[in-house]
Design a protein around this ligand. Sequence first.
Ligand code: GDP
Length: 374
Amino acid sequence: APPHGRWQGPVRQPVRREAADQDKEYVGFATLPNQVHRKSVKKGFDFTLMVAGESGLGKSTLVNSLFLTDLYKDRKLLNAEERITQTVEITKHTVDIEEKGVKLKLTIVDTPGFGDAVNNTECWKSVADYIDQQFEQYFRDESGLNRKNIQDNRVHCCLYFISPFGHGLRPLDVEFMKALHEKVNIVPILAKADTLTPTEVKKKKFKIREEIQQYGIKIYQFPDCDSDEDEDFKQQDQELKDSIPFAVIGSNTVVEAKGKRVRGRLYPWGIVEVENSAHCDFVKLRNMLVRTHMQDLKDVTRETHYENYRAHCIQSMTRMVVKERNRNKLTRESGTDFPIPVIPSTTDTETEKLIREKDEESVPVQKHHRANFI
Ligand code: GDP
């Protein structure tokens, strides 16, 4: 029997023991990764992706190609006149995708019409405000009573589309990215790469990278790969870093190329295949977003961008409290040293309910949730 006499529950995968380890006693925490894995799979994953950039650069087409869905079925395209006056209106689409039993709740935040209006000054403002609002909501929820069921709407990544027709970045691109780079992970995209020759793509990428550096734009930094990774992995990682900005092609149509049906664009001179890595970086981008860096994008959002926001909030709250205290000192002879939080005289029923729930939760012997095995 295990030394501490507590039953560990069924272990699905037998712990493999090396010959030399035969005599070693096991407590059983080697199953921790499995437990975490099961729990996360059961809960499902969520990810919020924002797309930004001038309209007409292929944002919606790319999103549909990336997630093999038609997220924009109900989209209403505006005519030229409507676009002149349009302000940046932000829309959100959510889809639940399931693959091999793993659920992903994907939210796409779209910023349509950006760059369309005659006056584009501060067009980034509403996007920046949107990101801040999500942080604010999270901050409120986190400091409130219902921490357990927080709906996390923070934006984890922003694909910023750069036109293939300009010479590198336009002033608006610089302004936009600089306004957002401390709030969200920006991944720059070179749109409609099929309109450029391979040499042009290379040159444009180089120029854009140079300008990003020159203007001090902080785009999402891929984490360094561990030194003990194998050479193949390291090489792939380096290639990924060198691909910035990802040159992409999107398409909502399936065409036949060499007897196979593929997502692509049909031209009189041939077919460009979206998923062919000789044609563009689409697969690299999708792998990065979905297979390799989704968790890191979420971590950076939480640990850096949200943390910045939070620190900022707390700082200004503290400043307010100090101001208030100083004012109290000036106006009252015997003021209290610390500000007393205002307790509402009548707590509303919702709050009462939450307090009750909290009280029940904090009973020392809780109802234990059995480990769920899937
Ligand atoms: P959005 O306004 O940025 O969402 O752009 P859309 O996705 O609506 O695309 C605008 C137009 O560009 C449509 O006619 C698309 O068919 C076309 N388009 C989308 N992606 C590409 C691409 O990668 N290459 C080319 N050449 N055209 C594209």
